[in-house]
Design a protein around this ligand. Sequence first.
Ligand code: FES
Length: 122
Amino acid sequence: MANVTFNSPLMEKDVTVYAIAGDTHTLLKVAQKNKIPLPFECEDGECGSCVMEVVYLSDKPRLGQALTEKERATLLAAGKLSKHDIHEAEVNDMPPSYRLACQYIVRDEDILVKFSGEPGVT
Ligand code: FES
């Protein structure tokens, strides 16, 4: 089980939901199921509408997770990946702070998800 807290100026207050880690649902699906107004369009990692910032809240060390080539390319095009982020993602499988909700698989980690509500803007 992972606690996922959504934060956005679109919402009156933060909303925390319990997500079952490893059930292969994306964070976008978790948001949709819980009526969180996270923007999206393609649902395939290409448009960048669902970009969000992920803050890890667990005391445990972060779990490694490789970026898909599609997510990497979209985040790069949006200027959301620094050289350090790319190095960490490629060498250590440490995901960057900015992710695409439609590509992010929920893990057994408590996270805070921040999004502006404007497609492609964090
Ligand atoms: Fe298009 Fe996620 S909805 S990249």
